[in-house]
Design a protein around this ligand. Structure first.
Ligand SMILES: [Cu+2]
Length: 142
């Protein structure tokens, strides 16, 4: 093996190892997301309507269950200023906890435009450094 061929061989091996490392990283890091499945963004809904919560890459478990990659849903209603993500999320009429691990709810809102957004909180209701949040949707209540 000439020196040049040896260099090419080493370079090829290096690239191969890097590619394998990248693959391993991509497959082990499943993206963790929460989504409002219903209603659709922009939908017109009656005063009482169902909101369905979706989750991917995380297990939805009751509050108090301390396990990795899990949490429970919190629904933010008409919330422009997000709560402190490093403290337990407050429990208010516009920050609703689903601490039994629920994946849907019946919501009653006044007529007009409202926004809805999901935030995943851990066993202690804390969203953390990289909060897992849905897109904020707008619905019109009639
Ligand atoms: Cu909570």
């Amino acid at each position: 093996m000439t020196f040049k061929v040896l260099l090419a061989f080493i370079a090829a091996m290096t690239i191969n190892v890097c590619a394998q490392a990248a693959d391993a990283k991509a497959s082990s890091a499943t993206k963790e997301t929460v989504t409002i499945l219903e209603p659709a963004n922009g939908a017109t809904v009656p005063t009482t309507f169902t909101v369905k919560f979706g989750a991917s890459g995380v297990d939805i478990v009751p509050a108090g269950t301390n396990q990795e990659h899990s949490g429970h849903h919190h629904l933010l209603i008409d919330t422009d200023v997000l709560p402190d993500m490093h403290s337990p999320l407050p429990a208010t009429p516009t920050t609703i906890h689903f601490g039994k691990g629920q994946t849907e709810t019946q919501l009653t809102l006044t007529p007009g435009k409202h926004t809805l957004q999901l935030v995943l909180g851990n066993y202690a209701h804390i969203a953390g450094d990289a909060p897992i949040m849905s897109k904020k949707i707008t619905v019109t209540v009639k």
